[in-house]
Design a protein around this ligand. Structure first.
Ligand SMILES: *Cc1c(COP(=O)(O)O)cnc(C)c1O
Length: 384
């Protein structure tokens, strides 16, 4: 929420910047921690969604574990309070250097995505005199009903090992002496708001567990990945993600045996709604048929609309009335650099503050310096 006093303090700040409402973050993270502990599910925050130090420390401080996609994310997670013993290392392209970083740190699990990766981790662990704990990312072949670029769990994706390769997988696991097999990992995609998708993933996990156990592999760990979605259409009214719905969908569909642990890897749902881009209108342009509010941020600040046709609510913070119809566009010379088309909002003026909501996840982490523009800094509600 952007209060009147926050808005007043924006007056002395250069725009654009990311404004993080730390109260929303804490309440969201606390909801994850308390709801999941009720269901016996462990959360590993996907660091790639937002890797700012203060965000990471808030999340690690609530006792949430980390999921990392690179060696550098592992280093960053460790520096910000996440214990090595709870780090999951995911990714299709773990390099030798990153595998060594992870082994030296003593992370909990490598989530392996290909047979060749499993062989490489086995060889590197052997050369270091260590044993690597691994889980196998299996391809659940479920449709996440989400945008095609963020669907990751269908048979055709580059992620995970498909059932067709299981014979080769089991032969490889039997051969590798420096690995300890822990369990199964799945991740169906991102921005999933249909809880039946998680129910299906839970059912699939139980099916895969049986296949692995039939081949003599004890499944101690079941990791259902991330993907819980948020409400991009009503970010101020409905900011809390449906953690309870997710946990219940899993609990109702995945029987858990004694000694087994269940894990999820939420990224977006933990951080999306605490972040807002605050930007000023540089110019208002009257076209022949349309009016444009041209902001001082752009696709280099928030790439999701240009990359995934993602919708973010846009709000004129400075002027609520009269209502006019106009497009809100970014400052980059690309037509895809548009934040709202036909917005019905407060009339725009040069210098007005605009907020782009739900920008906490996959926002600042994807920033770039295209056109040699400055990177937008972070401003935290606790500081103003
Ligand atoms: C990106 C990713 C996540 C986090 O996804 P969200 O949609 O942000 O929850 C979790 N696990 C894996 C393997 C990922 O690639």
């Amino acid at each position: 929420m952007i209060t009147e006093s926050a808005l007043r303090s924006f007056e002395r700040m250069e725009t654009p910047f990311f404004y993080y409402d730390m109260d929303i973050l804490r309440r969201t993270v606390d909801n994850f921690a308390s709801t999941l502990s009720k269901y016996g599910i462990t959360a590993h925050y996907a660091v790639k969604a937002n890797s700012n130090d203060r965000i990471l420390r808030t999340i690690s401080g609530a006792g949430i574990q980390a999921e990392c996609a690179t060696g550098n994310e592992i280093t960053l997670a460790l520096a910000n309070g996440f214990p090595a013993a709870g780090i999951f290392f995911d990714g299709v392209a773990k390099t030798d250097k990153e595998i060594i970083t992870a082994l030296k740190a003593g992370i909990e699990i490598f989530n392996c995505e290909s047979i060749q990766e499993i062989e490489v981790i086995d060889a590197i662990a052997g050369s270091m005199g260590l044993k690597a704990a691994i889980a196998v990312r299996v391809n659940p072949d479920v449709d996440a009903h989400t945008h095609k670029y963020i669907t990751t769990g269908t048979e055709e994706d580059k992620f995970g090992i498909s059932a067709g390769a299981f014979d080769q997988l089991f032969a490889t696991l039997a051969r590798c002496r420096n690995l300890s097999f822990q369990g199964i990992h799945m991740h169906a995609g991102s921005q999933i708001t249909d809880m039946s998708v998680f129910a299906n993933i839970g059912k699939k996990a139980a099916e895969f567990e049986k296949i692995f156990e039939d081949h003599g592999l004890q499944v101690k760990l079941l990791n259902l990945g991330g993907g819980l979605g948020v409400d991009y259409n009503d970010p101020l009214g409905n900011w809390m993600p449906d953690v309870e719905g997710l946990a219940r969908a899993i609990a109702d569909n995945l029987p858990v045996k004694p000694g087994q642990s269940v894990h999820i890897e939420p990224g977006r749902a933990m951080v999306a709604q605490c972040g807002h881009i605050i930007s000023r209108v540089v110019y208002v342009k009257e076209g022949l048929k349309k009016k444009f509010a041209i902001l001082d941020c752009g696709m280099h600040t928030l790439i999701r609309p240009a990359l995934y046709q993602a919708h973010h609510e846009v709000e004129n913070l400075s002027c609520k009335a009269p209502i006019e119809k106009y497009d809100v566009v970014g400052c980059v010379c690309e037509s895809s650099d548009t934040f709202a088309q036909g917005l019905e909002g407060g009339a725009p003026h040069r210098g007005d503050f605009f907020a782009i909501h739900s920008a906490g996840a996959y926002g600042q982490v994807m920033n770039m310096k295209y056109l040699q523009r400055d990177l937008a800094p972070a401003i935290y509600s606790d500081d103003i």
